[in-house]
Design a protein around this ligand. Structure first.
Ligand SMILES: Cc1ncc(C[n+]2csc(CCOP(=O)(O)OP(=O)(O)O)c2C)c(N)n1
Ligand code: SF4
Length: 539
């Protein structure tokens, strides 16, 4: 065994490499980005494993599914809201099943450190009726991911690994398996029966029947594969899943005669839960995210004669992350450790970097729209969402990737005027292309700004798919009229001419698209740092 100091995300990626994946697929999103970047910076560099950012999570999932069909193992990773985008192929892949092992890594973000909501991906696992593994440590993340690939092939289903921010983004020593040759050099598995993967009703019914029949086995496995652990002691019980298990251990600190059921593997092990409930008078449920286990345990009417406590009873917070302190309090134990406040730091609202191209775009948009009583400025997700802050206040909405264009189209159809929207180049490739086709077809009375800074800045400057000349070609292909398709340089020196052009396009009673093209200054710095030293340079 080798010992490596790894983030939870990296432990997952290393296990996927060691499990012999043929490819990794992803679209950036905090806190999952580092899973893919670890592979990109590692075996993808030598071409051992294929890894290229996908246009969005749905595409990433489908690409992974295609690799699985072709008989190779595949990893697909994304943040929790990415799974909303990938939900269609994800749910249907439970019917097609898999050929090469397929593991979906989803990182949830309780506390919304960098997300627009804090949904819980375990619901998606249950909805699709597939197995879900939920590790509590970096070591478990590594071990469970290795197992997940084998298990996926054994049951013929995708397996979800659910992480949360604090596990994804903290480091610990991880014992990793010694390299055992290169399993990816082996022959791929033979192709599956195409009828199983062609979900026309006659096949889909048969495949759904298979999925339903598999549920019995999945339940038995969650009780017998030893990933879930039950230890019976005193009459007070705890059910703890994933990261919350660490907080419980820290709170108990070896003391307290508590009966404990650790959940790592779903579907929930009903027999183990029954044993715990029969044994205990009172049960505290500790889980990150929604009260997924607690709600199932209580059902509609509760468990007669037993006190079930958790998020629904207010013993633990319903919103945000759990903490060791919250668990200590709920367990009636002394605080696990004193948290020392850092001091009275002044609040520092996030803001665009100095010299950011988006700042000049917003300045021009604000000035061009001041004469209108009620301009509507839809926006999207990216660094430019910070245009919501003063002095710009030029963002009136941010809902989901690509929503700006579709919402602008809806508002234009309501007769509102002027309607403008701002969207980044990566968000445009992710989910802006499709709504723009409709807006172009209907020549909707709206002005779209594509803020092309040549990168996916918000998540750490990853590669973007539609930028520069390629973006212009794509826009023409979507049906945008050349007379109302413009490229501007968002620069202080061009401010006056940019304002005039924007005013003209607002007055045009149809669709206009303005590309504000200037590279993110952070990207430029990053490129400068990674540029190879000039030939002949000495150091
Ligand atoms: C469905 C979904 N996937 C991923 C993310 C994470 N994310 C937020 S903004 C963004 C892309 C931003 O890039 P771009 O649109 O080019 O704007 P920039 O940050 O470069 O200004 C990503 C990947 C998300 N919020 N939602
Ligand atoms: S990282 Fe780039 S795009 Fe984001 S605020 Fe800074 S300069 Fe602007």
């Amino acid at each position: 065994m080798r010992i490596r100091l790894l983030l939870g995300d990296e432990a997952l990626a290393q296990a996927a490499i060691d499990a012999g994946i043929g490819g990794a697929f992803s679209y950036p999103g905090t806190p999952a980005t580092e899973i893919f970047e670890y592979i990109l910076d590692g075996p993808a560099r030598t071409g051992e494993i294929s890894a290229r950012w996908s246009a969005n999570e749905k595409v990433a999932y489908e690409e992974a599914l295609g690799m699985s069909y072709a008989g190779r193992r595949a990893l697909v990773s994304m943040k929790h809201v990415g799974l909303n985008v990938a939900a269609d192929p994800f749910v249907n892949s439970a019917l097609t099943g898999v050929n090469g092992g397929l593991v979906l890594a989803v990182a949830d973000d309780p506390g919304m450190h960098s997300s627009q909501n804090e949904q819980d991906s375990r619901f998606f696992g249950e909805f699709a009726q597939i197995p879900v593994f939920e590790p509590s440590t970096q070591q478990e993340t590594y071990d469970l991911t290795l197992r997940a690939f084998d298990y996926s092939e054994q049951v013929g289903l995708p397996v979800m690994i659910r992480l949360v921010t604090r596990l994804s983004h903290s480091r610990a020593n991880v014992a990793v398996r010694p390299p055992e040759g290169a399993p990816r050099d082996a022959e791929p598995r033979p192709l599956p029966n195409p009828n199983d993967w062609t979900l026309v009703p006659v096949n889909a019914r048969r495949r759904f029947q298979r999925l339903l029949e598999l549920q019995k086995r999945l339940l038995e496995d969650s009780q017998t594969l030893s990933l879930n652990e039950l230890s019976l002691a005193g009459p007070r019980g705890v059910i703890a899943s994933g990261l919350a298990h660490n907080y419980v251990r820290e709170a108990l600190n070896g003391g307290g005669e508590v009966s404990l059921l650790k959940i790592t593997h779903y579907p929930l092990p009903t027999d183990m839960i029954r044993q715990l409930v029969d044994h205990c008078e009172e049960i505290l449920v500790a889980e990150e995210g929604y009260p997924f286990i607690e709600r199932r345990l209580n059902g509609l009417l509760g468990v007669p004669g037993k006190a079930i406590r958790g998020k629904l009873t207010g013993d633990l917070p319903l919103m945000g992350e759990l903490t060791p302190e919250a668990l200590s309090h709920a367990l009636g134990r002394p605080a696990a450790r004193a948290t020392t406040p850092i001091g009275d730091l002044a609040a520092r609202p996030p803001q665009l970097c100095r010299g950011c191209p988006h700042a000049d775009s917003f300045k021009a948009i604000v000035e061009a729209t001041t004469s209108y009583a009620q301009p509507i400025l839809f926006s999207d997700i990216g660094c430019y969402t910070l245009g919501v802050m003063p002095p710009y206040r030029a963002v009136h909405s941010c809902v989901d990737m690509g929503a700006s264009i579709a919402m602008a189209h809806g508002a234009a159809q309501a007769g509102a005027r002027p309607v403008l929207c701002t969207i980044g180049d990566s968000t445009f490739a992710h989910s802006g292309l499709t709504p723009l086709i409709g807006a172009a077809r209907g020549n909707a009375d709206m002005t779209v700004f594509i803020l092309d800074n040549s990168t996916v800045a918000m998540t750490g400057a990853q590669e973007t798919l539609t930028s520069g000349e390629r973006l212009i070609e794509v826009l023409r292909g979507l049906g945008v009229d050349d007379d109302h398709l413009h490229v501007i340089s968002p620069l202080a020196s061009k401010h006056a001419e940019n304002v005039e052009l924007i005013k003209d396009e607002i007055e045009h009673p149809g669709l206009s698209v303005i590309i504000a093209s200037r590279a993110c200054i952070h990207l430029k710095r990053k490129q400068h740092e990674t540029e190879p030293a000039a030939v002949g340079a000495t150091s």
